[in-house]
Write a protein that binds this ligand. Sequence first.
Ligand code: NAD
Ligand code: TYD
Length: 353
Amino acid sequence: MKKTLLITGGAGFIGSHVVRLFVRKYPEYRIVNLDALTYAGNPENLKDIEHAPNYVFEKGDITDEQLVPALFEQYRFDGVVHLAAESHVDRSITDPLAFIKTNVFGTANLLNAAKNAWKDHFDGKRFYHVSTDEVYGSLGKEGYFTETTAYDPRSPYSASKASSDHFVRAYQHTYGLPTLISNCSNNYGANHFPEKLIPLAIHNIKNKKPIPVYGKGENVRDWLWVNDHARAIDVIFHNGNIGETYNIGGHNEWTNIDLIRELCRIMDKKLNRKAGESAELITFVKDRAGHDLRYAIDSSKLQRDLGWEPSLQFEEGLEKTVDWYLNNQEWLDNVINGAYQDYYTKQYVEREQ
Ligand code: NAD
Ligand code: TYD
């Protein structure tokens, strides 16, 4: 094995696409996936590669001060791609402390373990922290977030991610830890937990349940296909300049209401419903507290310096995503009824004995 990499949060939505890409593209790497399997982590997301010879799953918590240094000692990681986080804004509003614990303390715990394990041997090492555009706050109708936009987080989720970004930079400046950060816009695609807008809407449209749209549906998000985010993470991890930040985005802004209408149109066709039938499910509900109006990313640095660009048009990506959910009802049922916990016991715990 040429390198051993630690990927955290690899059983989640984006992490599972990153793990799959790395395991398949780099057979010479050993990929260790550390994931606590919270409600958002699902080993079924990685069913197709779980037996790959270069893949290891470690169930554990990034906030564990014994476990994380022990894993560095055991595997002698050459690099870290850190995705594990509490990731849902609505949950951060009801339980902010869980976000501080995982996103802030968990990240600091990983940084500290990397610093201690790699001390004086930083050559060739990389600690890559995956973050969000939400750290920059909220835009008005004009403008884009660039890498130099001042941080202005406004939800407990974005404040915890901003704080973790600051710790990453502090470890780079203070200790010389070789770090990289990327801040990405909203992702969509397969294996997205159905508490987030797009999978929740697909699920509700399919089951003819109300589609909850917060406020007037005028908030704008810049949507990127999750596989394009995974490709960007690959490019940045391997070719990014140490100490730098890269913004990742799709140049693909949609108001929530237009996005939901587009989804309804696609699903009317796929489900042989009459045009306009699904849109009748749209239900405007009480707005999210402190709801950020608009996110939009300027990703020209990543495109110019590292040659990355999104591969898919949104309409095509949305159709692929709808197809994936319609063809993977079992995945959705398991996620919703918690049966994937049984899957984990079968796949990992029983096998250990
Ligand atoms: P997710 O919620 O789908 O997955 C998070 C994963 O982390 C899960 O597998 C969960 O089990 C694991 N995890 C949570 N707490 C843990 C802990 N204490 N120890 C170990 N594992 C733990 O999240 P996601 O949408 O895949 O996001 C992944 C990363 O990308 C996050 O850091 C998020 O901030 C960032 N990000 C997400 C988006 C997006 O649109 N989803 C956009 C930009 C950046
Ligand atoms: P979400 O998928 O939670 O991502 P984020 O809040 O990180 O951008 O929400 C995307 C947008 O959709 C956001 O403006 C909130 C809105 N939204 C709804 O209108 N209804 C919903 O049921 C959800 C979950 C989100």
